[in-house]
Design a protein around this ligand. Sequence first.
Ligand code: NAD
Ligand code: USQ
Length: 398
Amino acid sequence: MRILILGGDGYLGWPTAMHLSQRGHEVAVVDNMARRGYDNELGAESLVPIASLQERVAIWEAITGHRIQSFFGDICDYTFFEPVVKNFRPEAIVHYGEQRAAPYSMIDRRHAVYTQVNNVVGNLNVLYAMADHVPDCHLVKLGTMGEYGTPNIDIEEGYITITHKGRTDTLPYPKQPGSFYHLSKVHDSHNIMFCCRIWGLRATDLNQGVVYGVDTDEIKLDERLRTRFDYDGVFGTVLNRFLVQAVAGIPLTVYGKGGQTRGFLDIRDTLACVDLAIQNPAAAGEFRVFNQFTEQFSVLDLAKAVQEAGRELGMNVELNHMPNPRVEKEDHYYNAANTRLLDLGLQPHYLSETLLESVIGVVQQHRGNIKQHLIMPSVNWRETGSTAVQEEAAPAAD
Ligand code: NAD
Ligand code: USQ
């Protein structure tokens, strides 16, 4: 198949490009390097050094003989993006190309506006380009489990059947997102659903949990194919952060009580889920939602797992229950369905079977790159941030 990957220079986009290319698909990636720009802005960088996209595709071709085309540009710029779709004529588009950090979206007004414009406008451009040029193409869109929030009832996969005053309907599951970033994903979902209804597009919204891990089969072929690994207080996700903190000898930054429970998955399962969605496309006019995670953990569960893995390596890992910089429930019911990808054949890699020690090994290899001042959270949900960050430093959205 011809598969276009948006955000193909990112943590998940690059490994996905290699994974699909290795399986014989004709793969092209689009990226505007925004993510590398956020690093410059924040003074942060991936713990694991990463090659440029040009170097990566050249190394990939030299090793495997497979070509990955790359297009450098902004999907919000339709004069750039429309010809890419028109000429490449993808049969599937995997859309990772958004600003994905909740804390980044909560820095201040400017970052909130940037996040929502970048994500919502980019996604709208994708929908228009599909409708005009490849109406049969299948959109595989990365959403987030955070769209649902933490309701006091079970979370279903996208829809819930409700009986109200004697009448019954199956309706979109209620959304209670916890940041302007997570809200942007809700807006995307609504726009995609609408376009499936009016234009008959086919789409799968993958409501993904928090991803962890560094290795995929393709990355293991060559060190120079490594994907980014973020640990800073803005872009680092919780388990990846805890592993770096353990190696750096910093007590693990458990926000509040640590009872916040989320869905998690190994990066290898992200690739498998996207692959399964592509192989089993949505029908014309169908807007499907799959909850893409394999296990649920509380933040405290994860901290204890890292503590245990550290102990086996002779490290003394401590926990630091610090004031929560976010506004979120710290003690709540959480039970989310995730059977649709399993029904398609997903074979999960569970955390208990994953050698956390092996991820720690990669972190130890690069421990010299850890910048301690980036570890503590710097963004507080309760503040509008108007004085926290120089406005000029932010990417301009308006
Ligand atoms: P990432 O930031 O590493 O990658 C996103 C890529 O998209 C970056 O390379 C960035 O430069 C590019 N991009 C952003 N805006 C763009 C634009 N307007 N035009 C072109 N390229 C653009 O993020 P990631 O961790 O790989 O996540 C990928 C997707 O998966 C995101 O949409 C994210 O919301 C979703 N997701 C990620 C996780 C996770 O734990 N990493 C969990 C759930 C969902
Ligand atoms: N947390 C800590 N300590 C830390 C970092 C985080 O306790 O040092 C807590 C947070 O308060 C939160 C939980 O861990 O309760 C998860 O935080 P996170 O930063 O790992 O994940 P989140 O902000 O939700 O965002 C990440 C990705 C995002 C994706 C989302 C999936 O950055 O792109 O959409 O995971 S989900 O969480 O299911 O919405």
